[in-house]
Design a binder for this molecule. Structure first.
Ligand SMILES: NC(=O)c1ccc[n+]([C@@H]2O[C@H](COP(=O)([O-])OP(=O)(O)OC[C@H]3O[C@@H](n4cnc5c(N)ncnc54)[C@H](O)[C@@H]3O)[C@@H](O)[C@H]2O)c1
Length: 216
């Protein structure tokens, strides 16, 4: 049995990099995975690679879904697509950009600031929002939502990339808040004498942020 046997996962930014590697690992652990990206040709290649790397691929669903995470109607449709599988259990809000024209406080163009925040922050918010709604719709007593921030959210960057750094700080901050707000969702029951620390460890909707350092 894989650790994600019977679970449904959505991975955004799944056509390459961290998203594709994560999709491969999740599928190896038995999850059905909806691979989401803005680029259809890149997604098709990713699905091919996935099938090469995953021996149990015939036992699970591995499907592409084209979505721009900065558009709420796209994100809603993406999460609702998985309703037919039984609803999402693991939502990996990983898609993100660092624009070549991102710069310092003086030279960052406002449109690059807005584009970066639309994808990196609003995209993560929409993913969290629709995952929560799906977990409730399917009466799930637990769910895992994982957001990709960055080490720059913690320490900044010596290379100017102000819009990106600010956006990842926002991802880390919103994840911390959602982790507290939704920790008790799903299985909270006043009639049971469950200590708060047990409750957080074993149930609820879990939110975590990743803060990777630079990767290839
Ligand atoms: N690579 C690193 O060194 C590093 C370090 C820290 C954090 N991160 C973060 O990790 C995440 C993944 O990074 P990666 O290095 O694997 O990047 P990547 O560029 O290989 O993958 C990102 C994917 O997101 C997709 N994407 C871009 N805009 C999108 C949109 N609007 N809607 C849907 N998909 C979209 C791209 O097409 C791409 O396939 C990002 O959030 C990135 O900021 C990366």
């Amino acid at each position: 049995m894989g650790r994600l046997e019977g679970k449904n996962a959505i991975v955004t930014g799944a056509a390459g990099g961290i998203g594709l590697e994560t999709s491969i690992l999740m599928a190896r652990e038995g999850a059905s995975v909806l691979l989401v990206d803005i680029s259809k040709p890149a997604l098709d290649k990713a699905i091919e690679q996935l099938h090469e790397h995953v021996p149990n691929a015939s036992a699970i669903k591995l499907e592409p879904f084209v979505c721009d995470v900065s558009k709420e109607d796209n994100v809603k449709a993406m999460v609702e697509y998985v309703d037919a599988w039984g609803g999402v259990d693991v939502m990996f809000n990983n898609a993100g950009i660092m624009h070549a024209n991102d710069a310092d406080a003086i030279d960052t163009p406002e449109e690059i600031w807005d584009l970066t925040h639309d994808i990196n922050v609003k995209g993560v918010w929409f993913g969290c929002k629709h995952a929560i709604l799906s977990l409730r719709r399917h009466n799930k007593d637990k769910g895992s939502i994982i957001n990709t921030a960055s080490v720059v959210a913690l320490v900044g960057s010596a290379t100017p990339q102000l819009a990106y750094t600010a956006s990842k700080g926002a991802v880390l901050a919103l994840t911390r808040e959602l982790a507290i707000v939704h920790a008790k969702e799903g299985t909270y029951d006043d009639s049971k004498d469950v200590k708060p620390n047990q409750l957080i460890a074993t149930s609820g909707f879990r939110f975590n942020a990743l803060c990777p350092a630079p990767l290839k």
